[in-house]
Design a protein around this ligand. Structure first.
Ligand SMILES: Nc1ncnc2c1ncn2[C@@H]1O[C@H](COP(=O)(O)OP(=O)(O)O)[C@@H](O)[C@H]1O
Ligand SMILES: [Mg+2]
Length: 261
């Protein structure tokens, strides 16, 4: 479904991704992990065409997507959530989800603007489809509430509902469980599995190791921009290079904190 071939991304002198190769198969749940600054979000940003790679190819189905623009992604079948939530706080839950769908039905928006007869129909369909996604993630109780009033766990579910509203084939989740408590994170794991059961391929960037190790078929590990390991959760947990990379990152944190105190 997705192939990342020899992808390098540099920002000025910073090498955020270096000659990274991997693939994501249809129907899989794949995890992308690594210490802070490893290049995970950069990889997601390239797969969602926020910016192109400096070098290399990204192929979705049979299409090269390096030169596509962000708003071509949803129609192609890729949608995502953001590490820093992108929610419209003054809009209601259902409105936030409908915005996701509008991205897919541009003609729908045009018709609405021109007040063509079929516009109402489109609008009703968008509403119904939004409702379906809201039910799917379990937010029906807060449907008409302003998004700004929601707790973090519900905001994450809202982002997820919006990403689902465009009927993606490939769903990218950037730290969807960040800040969730243990129960919320467990529920999120179940929800991601339920999404895969719908036939959607899921690619997650995640710090929550319980989540990654319990639901992923395959895990890819980045460290300082380079892929250092790839395998089943079990293989990754026992991989010495991975352990060293994480321990190294922890020590760096401790030194920084010690220095700051
Ligand atoms: N838009 C950007 N401009 C400049 N540097 C960036 C940008 N995005 C990421 N970086 C740098 O690239 C490296 C990888 O960052 P990122 O992909 O966010 O890591 P991760 O998500 O694994 O924590 C970091 O050194 C970060 O500062
Ligand atoms: Mg990140």
């Amino acid at each position: 479904m997705l192939q990342v071939k020899n992808v390098t991304k540099t920002f000025g002198g910073v090498v955020a991704n270096k000659e990274v190769n991997f693939s994501v198969g249809k129907g899989e749940i794949v995890g992308l992990i690594g210490p802070n600054g490893a290049g995970k979000s950069t990889m997601f940003n390239m797969i969602s065409a926020i910016f192109p790679p400096t070098k290399g190819e990204i192929i979705f189905r049979d299409l090269n997507i390096e030169k596509k623009s962000t708003n071509e992604m949803a129609p192609l079948g890729i949608s995502r959530t953001f590490q820093n939530l992108q929610i419209f706080k003054r809009m209601t839950v259902v409105e936030n989800v409908m915005i996701g769908r509008h991205i897919r039905t541009k003609t729908g928006m045009l018709k609405a603007a021109l007040k063509l007869p079929s516009a109402k129909d489109e609008e009703r369909k968008a509403y119904e489809s939004a409702l379906e996604c809201i039910h799917f993630v379990g937010l029906e109780k807060v449907l008409d509430q302003q998004a700004g009033n929601l707790a973090l766990g519900d905001l994450r579910l809202l982002e997820l509902a919006r990403a689902l509203a465009v009927n993606p084939e490939l769903l990218l989740l950037d730290e969807i469980a960040a800040g969730l408590n243990q129960k919320e994170s467990k529920d999120m794991s179940k929800l991601i599995q339920k999404i895969r059961e719908q036939g959607i391929t899921v690619f997650v960037v995640e710090h929550d190791m319980d989540l990654v190790m319990s639901i992923c078929d395959k895990v890819i590990v980045l460290d300082q921009g380079e892929k250092i390991a790839e395998g089943t959760p079990q293989e990754i947990q026992g991989n010495q290079q991975v352990i060293t990379a994480y321990l190294g990152a922890e020590e760096m944190e401790e030194v920084k904190q010690g220095g700051g105190a």
